[in-house]
Design a protein around this ligand. Structure first.
Ligand SMILES: *[C@@H]1O[C@H](CO)[C@@H](O)[C@H](O)[C@H]1NC(C)=O
Ligand SMILES: *[C@@H]1O[C@H](CO)[C@@H](O)[C@H](O)[C@H]1NC(C)=O
Ligand SMILES: *[C@@H]1O[C@H](CO)[C@@H](O)[C@H](O)[C@H]1NC(C)=O
Ligand SMILES: *[C@@H]1O[C@H](CO)[C@@H](O)[C@H](O)[C@H]1NC(C)=O
Ligand SMILES: *[C@@H]1O[C@H](CO)[C@@H](O)[C@H](O)[C@H]1NC(C)=O
Length: 274
């Protein structure tokens, strides 16, 4: 009884020692630090040596158990331009330069997508409120490790890049305009596709009103009426009209209050201000 407990304990200790030994030594990581990478970008494989002097080892990099390159004194290996057939399991094996000792790393799985990903831009609200701002957020599907570039085209300007902190994926704006973004791999010149163009309206403080083109007090069946803001209606229809005015393509007032056209009980409709 006591003996078997001892055996169990020593097995447990052996297991602990083995697993500590494995995690202490070689670890393979990718930079960009993502398991999904894209056709055309590069990846750096690094064989980290835990608690050992990295310069006293030679490195073997394997891809699906086959050597990728001849054994090398450098613990970093760059694959300059990924293609989808580079999918699979990667592993490094470190060989000590003065002894028979060698360490195997974890196996890290890489999947290479054939298509360049597209950035997506989202707005925190539908338009910029009077005197306020809104936040645009850029993201690149299912993968981390991006910085972001922003572009705008305002009514009277050419396409321009907006200077921001590229690590942040959000942008606060208080000007109406067209905005779009793009992901860029941090420390690399690989770009995502640009996002679609997001048109942002800014609400002006100016109010708008619907007014009749002519100051008529009564309108009769069949007669055509004109209201400013270029809303036309008339006849014997029930109708409510609103308008908003635009200063330019991206800046407009809030909607006016409703103006109601109501059919009178007599011979024609009458107009009632709401
Ligand atoms: C990403 O980095 C973390 C922390 O350094 C590491 O544990 C992980 O294995 C890395 N992942 C890849 C895919 O390289
Ligand atoms: C690693 O080993 C080399 C050569 O033996 C030595 O010059 C260097 O100082 C060592 N580095 C560390 C961090 O121990
Ligand atoms: C092992 O590597 C260290 C550090 O690079 C170097 O100083 C030493 O000469 C190497 N030893 C052999 C036997 O290659
Ligand atoms: C429109 O007609 C009404 C009633 O005749 C009058 O009180 C009002 O001043 C007129 N408004 C304008 C802008 O002419
Ligand atoms: C809106 O109001 C501002 C300030 O009162 C004025 O300068 C501007 O011309 C107005 N815009 C329009 C489109 O009427």
């Amino acid at each position: 009884m006591g003996l078997s407990l001892l055996r169990v304990l020593s097995l447990f200790l052996l297991n602990t020692l083995l697993s500590c030994g494995l995690t202490e030594y070689a670890e393979l990581t990718f930079e960009p630090n993502s398991t999904t990478l894209y056709s055309g970008e590069h990846v750096d494989l690094t064989c980290h040596m835990r608690e050992a002097n990295v310069s006293e080892w030679y490195y073997e990099f394997k891809w699906n158990d086959k050597p990728l390159v001849p054994i090398t004194p450098s613990n970093v290996l760059r694959i300059p331009e990924l293609t989808p057939d580079r999918n699979g399991d990667y592993q490094c094996i470190a060989h000590h330069n003065r002894s028979e000792e060698s360490k195997q790393s974890n196996r890290a799985t890489l999947s290479v997508s054939a298509h360049r990903p597209r950035a997506t831009v989202r707005a925190s609200r539908t338009s910029i409120p009077v005197g306020g701002s809104l936040t645009l957020t850029c993201s690149v599907e299912e993968s981390a490790g991006w910085s972001y570039d922003w572009f705008t085209r305002s009514p009277d300007a050419e396409e321009t890049a907006i200077a921001t902190n590229p690590v942040h994926n959000s942008l606060s704006i208080s000007q109406g305009g067209s905005y779009w973004c793009r992901g860029r791999r941090t420390h690399s010149d690989f770009f995502s596709e640009k996002s679609h163009v997001h048109h942002i309206d800014r609400t002006l403080s100016n109010r708008s009103f619907v007014v009749l083109q002519h100051n008529w007090t009564q309108i009769f069946s069949g007669e055509t009426i004109s209201v400013r803001c270029e809303i036309q209606g008339g006849g014997d229809t029930h109708g409510e009209y609103w308008c908003k005015a635009r200063a330019d393509w991206y800046s407009s007032t809030e909607w006016s209050e409703a103006f109601q056209l109501r059919k009178a009980s007599g011979c024609g409709p009458e107009l009632v201000h709401m």
